[in-house]
Every structure is written in C-alpha cells, then in structure tokens.
Write a protein that binds this ligand. Structure first.
Ligand code: SAH
Length: 363
C-alpha cells in the first residue's frame, strides 16, 4: 500500500511540497482540497504535481462503498480502504448537529463478548489519515464543505479500540481539531475506550480536552471479566483513578457507557452498586440496551427494565441517560454491518504477520 497524504499535518504538507520544489501556496491548495474530501487526482494543481503525489500516495484512501439510509435519517456507510479492507461508520442527525461515528482499527483484539467488531480479531490499525478520511468523505458526500459542515461532531466508537492505536488516534485528533482544516473542536469529539489505563493517563497530558468515554458495563471486576477480557489487566478502581486524572488535567467531566445485558448487569442491585461506585464523581452514565449480535449468546433487556435501571441511578444522585438506538433498521450497530459483509466474503482480510502477533499478545 502507498502512503496516505491525509496523515500529514498542514505544516508537514508544507515541507513536503517545499521538498518537491513547489511554492508555499501550492501546499495550501493541496491542504484545502484534501480537507474538502477531494482525491489527489482531483486537486486543483498541475498534472505534473498530481503525478508526483500519486506516485507516492493513495489517490483515495477511504472510498464510500455503500450507503444505507434509515427511516430516522441515520446514514450508515461501508467504506473500502485502499488495500480492500472494509470498515463502517454512521452519521446520526441530532437537533444540535450531525454526529459521525468513526472506526480506528479494522477489527479489534479486545475480545468483548457482546461486540461484533472483535469477531475476527484485529486485522490492522488505521492510519490517522484513514480515520480522518472517513469524515472528509462523508462531509463531502452529504453536501458539506469547510464552512458549512455536514459533520459537526465526531465519536470514536466504530470498530477498534482507539487507545490500542494510540499514535494514529492522537495524530488524527490533532489534524481533526487543527484550525483551517475540517476543524472540529475537541469539545465536539468523544473518544470511547474499554479502559486501557496507561494510555488513558498518557492521553491526559496531550492537551486534547475531548469527551472521554469509558465502557464500564459492570460494577465489579469479577463481573466485568465475564464479558470484557481487558478487565483481567486493569481494575475498575484504576480506571476511575485515570478518569479523575483526565478531569484534573482537562476540566472535562467523563462519561461511562453501560450496556444493559440480560441476566448479567442490570438488576436493581447493580444499579445501586453503580451509584455507590460513582457517587460524588463529575461523570455521566450512558445506558444502552444491548444490541444483540447473532454470533453472541448475550441478550438484551426490555424497555421497562432499562427505565427502571435508569430511575434507580437517578434516584441515587447519578446523572444518566438511556440512549436511543438509532438506525437499527439498517443493520444494527457496533461492527454488525461489516460482519454481515464479511460473511458474504466481500472483503479480502489481510492479517499481516505483525498483526497476528498482536492478536496473540496479552492486551
Ligand atoms: N473500543 C471502544 C469503542 C467501542 S464501540 C470501547 O470499548 O469503548 C462503542 C461502545 O459500544 C462501547 O461502549 C462498546 O462496549 C459498545 N458496544 C459494543 N457492542 C455492543 C452491543 N452489541 N450492544 C451495545 N453496545 C455495544
């Protein structure tokens, strides 16, 4: 695979074109073109320069392969990467803007028992430019530009564990939030992690004040280990400590994701234990009724049960919401769309040797 031009920051792009003997304004033209979602072959520069770039870089690192539209306005995208791998993304319409959910890896090696993204393990990390290009492609396809964006908010909740691709994700976040580009402010970005404590701590010092979201899904380490293998490595207490550190460094309150799984984590006792665990913390809890994945045995809960759980949290002083599941008529969520495509073996999966090793490695 060739390199990805969208990996570069504005100043790196400047140096690159300078090195090719081009004037500075050319770098600006290229940068603005890329940020509008243009392919290299569409950039408004000389054909000689385009050829030079095309010899080294992918023309279109992320292409929208298929679009699915839900009755509630949610759009689901299947993207094809330059090496043929497929990833998925969603664009959800809210009153305050449009939120795009992006993937950070092809597959995932975290092994959560309820999640479809992890079914085939990790295939590979996405580069910063491949993560950014998902947004650039959707913004363009939905009629947005750099002034009036069709994508206003971003959540890193597609396939992959963002902190398992730390360098790629941090580079992506810097380029996403940079002025002059697509420029989505960190306040409008949420990053969801299964709780990789060392990376959470390291991220506190990056100076990127986004909405840190942690997938908790259990109230004790023992119960968490039943559905999330990462719980063998990090304790809930350590996760809470890392969240507090993030708050101290950035002033941003943090959010916990808690998927309600029948018979696992949604009795009243669980709600009370969760309230005790989070009492006095500047956090919010997002409840979601499990999206059933057909390859997995875990079941969801009814609406009534979910509201009862929410009520118990609120009664005990915890700020919480029950999230609506959007676009469930177009293939569910959390890796299910890609999984159903892989079943039809549309995508060549290329698990290189290094990634195979990564899958076998302890998390
Ligand atoms: N690796 C990151 C991002 C994962 S996806 C993380 O673990 O946070 C975003 C959220 O969806 C996570 O909270 C994840 O646990 C949750 N999720 C995954 N599969 C799900 C399912 N089938 N039903 C409900 N939530 C699910």
């Amino acid at each position: 695979m060739k390199k990805i031009l969208q990996d570069l920051s504005r100043s790196e792009l400047n140096s690159l074109t300078g090195g090719l003997g081009e004037k500075k304004f050319r770098a600006e033209q290229i940068y603005l073109g890329l940020m509008q979602g243009k392919k290299i072959s569409e950039l408004p520069v000389s054909s000689a320069l385009r050829e030079k770039l095309l010899a080294r870089f992918e023309d279109e690192p992320v292409r929208i392969h298929k679009t699915f539209e839900s009755a509630d306005g949610t759009k689901k995208f299947l993207f094809r990467l330059a090496d043929g791998n497929l990833i998925e993304g969603v664009l959800m319409q809210y009153k305050y803007g449009n939120t795009q959910c992006v993937s950070t890896q092809v597959g995932c090696r975290m092994g959560c028992k309820f999640c479809a993204s992890t079914l085939g393990g990790l295939v590979r990390n996405l580069t910063a430019g491949e993560i950014l290009s998902q947004i650039l492609a959707v913004n363009r396809a939905c009629g947005g530009n750099l002034k009036t964006r069709a994508v206003t908010n971003v959540v890193l909740m597609g396939s992959g564990e963002p902190f398992d691709n730390y360098d790629g994700v941090v580079r992506f976040l810097r380029n996403l939030t940079a002025e002059g580009g697509i420029h989505i402010s960190a306040r409008n970005v949420s990053l969801s992690t299964c709780g990789l404590v060392p990376e959470m701590k390291k991220f506190s010092d990056e100076g990127i004040p986004l909405n840190l979201t942690v997938s908790l899904h259990a109230v004790t380490d023992g119960e968490r280990r039943r559905t999330m293998p990462v719980a063998n490595k990090y304790k809930i207490a350590e996760i809470l400590e890392a969240c507090d550190l993030y708050f101290r460094k950035t002033g941003r309150r943090y959010i916990f994701e808690y998927s309600l799984i029948s018979g696992e984590n949604c009795d009243e006792e669980h709600a009370l234990a969760l309230a005790r665990l989070l009492k006095g913390k500047l956090c919010h809890v997002n409840l979601i009724r499990l999206n059933e994945v057909k390859e997995r045995k875990l079941g969801s809960v009814g609406e009534k049960e979910a509201y009862r759980f929410l009520g118990a949290l609120e009664k005990n002083g915890i700020s919480a919401t029950l999230r609506r599941s959007m676009g469930s008529d177009i293939g569910g969520a959390c890796g299910q769309l890609r999984a159903s495509y892989l079943e039809q073996s549309e995508a060549p999966i290329t698990t290189d040797r290094q990634t195979k090793k990564a899958n076998e490695m302890e998390i």
